[in-house]
Design a protein around this ligand. Sequence first.
Ligand SMILES: CC(=O)CC(=O)SCCNC(=O)CCNC(=O)[C@H](O)C(C)(C)COP(=O)(O)OP(=O)(O)OC[C@H]1O[C@@H](n2cnc3c(N)ncnc32)[C@H](O)[C@@H]1OP(=O)(O)O
Ligand SMILES: NC(=O)C1=CN([C@@H]2O[C@H](COP(=O)(O)OP(=O)(O)OC[C@H]3O[C@@H](n4cnc5c(N)ncnc54)[C@H](OP(=O)(O)O)[C@@H]3O)[C@@H](O)[C@H]2O)C=CC1
Length: 284
Amino acid sequence: MDIQTIMVVGAGQMGAGIAQVHAQSGYYVYLHDVKETQVEKGLERVKKNLTRQTEKGRLTNEEKSEILSRIVPSTELENASKADLAVEAIVENMDVKKKVFKELDECAPPHAILATNTSSLPITEIAAETSRPSQVIGMHFMNPVPVMKLVEIIRGLETSDKVFDAVKQTAESLHKTPVEVNDFPGFVSNRILMPMINEAIYTVYEGVSSPEDIDQVMKLGMNHPMGPLTLADFIGLDTCLYIMETLHDGFGDDKYRPCPLLRKYVKAGWIGKKVGRGFYNYNE
Ligand SMILES: CC(=O)CC(=O)SCCNC(=O)CCNC(=O)[C@H](O)C(C)(C)COP(=O)(O)OP(=O)(O)OC[C@H]1O[C@@H](n2cnc3c(N)ncnc32)[C@H](O)[C@@H]1OP(=O)(O)O
Ligand SMILES: NC(=O)C1=CN([C@@H]2O[C@H](COP(=O)(O)OP(=O)(O)OC[C@H]3O[C@@H](n4cnc5c(N)ncnc54)[C@H](OP(=O)(O)O)[C@@H]3O)[C@@H](O)[C@H]2O)C=CC1
């Protein structure tokens, strides 16, 4: 399958990164969000990342301009009519994702693949919203997308081999390493990572230690590049909570219950680095 043009739906931290790596590998990209301001913010994020690369001498200014010229801003989902592949990266909420997939199914050409960057939600359930479940697949990038090598690829019940191969090849063309995993809540990455983060939050909640010291333990003791609370802030505490809820509901096992402190922070709007406040204060 020949994939040349993609649409990234959702221009947040993941969407911007997904758009960047595709444009850097020669794809034409529509970067779509409901609000123009979000698209502009996403484009700014891409520009900032590329500028860092030009400053390090890894990219010429001409190459940077070429990459940016391949990203077209979009606030009309109808632009999906020009895409061979759509990668959805909006909020981690099943109802919102289902609505967008229904609309994408109506706008995208019959041959197009509809992929989701969901962290944890069932691909089969999202696929069932469309008239083309064999062309729906999970394409789970890691944050920060330009740096992290892994892409988890998750088939829904009906995903065809042809679609799987096309998405695998696309991931490889981005210099990423695809790993196929089955459609279970949280897949592999977040089934393992998120309970660890949730447990780190419990250790704050129960007064075992401070966020700074918990992060130090995991960085110096286990060689993690970021402590779990810094990582939670980086991912977004809203996303962490949605993932824990998906694990809890999906497995029906209380070992996945989200920590009350996580709920409290999300209710307070302390959703991490993206708003300047989470376990750490980024405005100080
Ligand atoms: C929730 C989910 O569904 C799944 C997930 O994504 S879970 C999250 C997975 N991600 C992680 O676990 C990240 C853990 N953290 C790390 O690996 C590292 O801290 C890090 C790569 C983010 C930063 O590394 P560092 O050594 O502390 O910082 P730094 O030296 O500034 O950066 C290293 C490189 O990353 C780049 N980088 C850092 N942050 C970046 C960002 N947000 N966007 C783009 N590039 C970034 C830097 O430019 C630098 O690039 P070069 O090596 O090419 O010069
Ligand atoms: N954060 C992470 O580390 C990772 C996240 N993911 C997954 O990627 C997805 C996005 O996460 P992330 O980028 O962090 O989230 P962000 O909150 O940074 O970005 C989501 C973007 O989608 C927009 N959006 C919301 N609803 C719609 C819609 N109906 N149509 C178009 N755009 C919409 C949001 O706009 P607005 O703000 O106005 O609502 C926002 O710009 C989630 O499914 C998440 O689980 C996967 C891997 C890692």
